[in-house]
Design a protein around this ligand. Sequence first.
Ligand SMILES: [Zn+2]
Ligand SMILES: [Zn+2]
Length: 188
Amino acid sequence: MGPLAVFGIENDGLNLAANLLLLFLVVLWLALVFWTYSDARRRIADPMLVGCATAASLFPFIGTVVYVIVRPPEFLEDVRERELEIAAAEARLATIEQLSCPYCGFDVEKAFLRCPSCLRRLKEPCTVCGKPLDPRWKICPYCEAEVGQPAEGRRARPRRATAGSGTPPRPSAERPARASRERPQSAG
Ligand SMILES: [Zn+2]
Ligand SMILES: [Zn+2]
């Protein structure tokens, strides 16, 4: 007696077919439970929710259909990959922004003093060696001049040649060129 005998199916051939169909449905149901479990694991991070999805799929066929409707649209792997891509794109964008004119966005290089497009000043040159200075620098790293120091500031050394202090002044004959250059300044 097959399970469908209650429906009045008495024929042996039909009975066998009904039994095979039932077996097929049971195997399909178990396969769907397994598929739901493995699919949920690839899409849902929370193991508790994976358990809920698998439990729902135990309800034959309908459970899996409902799961397919409400499941997260993306695989966790794809989500992670996309987040990495976004982070990389943001990092790339930050690099591009750093090397573009803050006024017009034109591509500039680190050593540019003025934007070649909008002609606005991007960096101040060192007053001593002329190299472009980062606004955060306190000294020029190329020539050790202090930032904002005037070009002739190096020569402005206190001179005590005429004062009667203990140490005798260095003979000016040692550097005749410098002495002759400075003399008109001090006089004026
Ligand atoms: Zn510009
Ligand atoms: Zn310098």
